[in-house]
Design a protein around this ligand. Sequence first.
Ligand code: F6R
Length: 262
Amino acid sequence: MKVKIVEDYAEMSRDAAEVVAAMVRQKPNAILGLATGSTPLGMYQKLVQLHREEGLDFSRVITFNLDEYYGLAPDHPASYHYYMWENLFRHINIRPENIHIPDGTAADVEKECKNYEARIRKAGYIDLQVLGIGANGHIGFNEPGTDFGSETHLIELTETTIQANARFFASEKDVPRQALSMGIKSIMRSRHILLLASGEAKAEAVAAAVEGPVTQMVPASILQLHPDVTFIVDQAAAQYLTGSFDVLLQNEKNAEYDKANR
Ligand code: F6R
């Protein structure tokens, strides 16, 4: 696991966009795993800028989003479909048929989850998965306690997540209580993982994910066992890390894992 500590949100966003852009330049038909929420907004803005000013080409890129609220139609302003079109897709040259987001209105949720997982598999799995992190350590909508072996599934949002996401809704009671989310295993199958975190509210979760024990109670801690993970965190989010990180730090547990699996 590599941890890059940057000054602030702007630098995190620029760096993250560069990682995504490098993947797209190197592999024009890259399969990207995308996140929503506040954290990647700056990264998406930067990617739109790279598309407009430098012709970054998304015409062959394929995307899979991590999650969607259960019960929200794609045109609901708080849906993740809506978010993705507003913040990225309508500004770049991606083909609509290459975009995948779980369907929050599917009548048969279980079938939708299975199909979603099958579509990821059929595409050849994700090349680069971008993640945010919840203050409770969740990745995607995989709340603490989620099975590490989980694939795309319907989940119950925790009270903390409902409160944290209430800002996107008229009131807290309007936040859906369930969501469809890629599972931990679906995420872990990605070839590269980039996790972004900004602000003090994420500091405890970042420290637990990077330096704490690998436990289902901190879903992001599983990333310590993935062979290619980079965290880009700003100083506020990095404040409880105790290691002497400066630029990129090879986590010891990861080195052990690499050694054991070589
Ligand atoms: C969003 C997602 C979530 C968020 C996390 C952080 O697709 O999967 O795990 O990344 O809740 O949200 P923000 O960035 O709003 O703090």
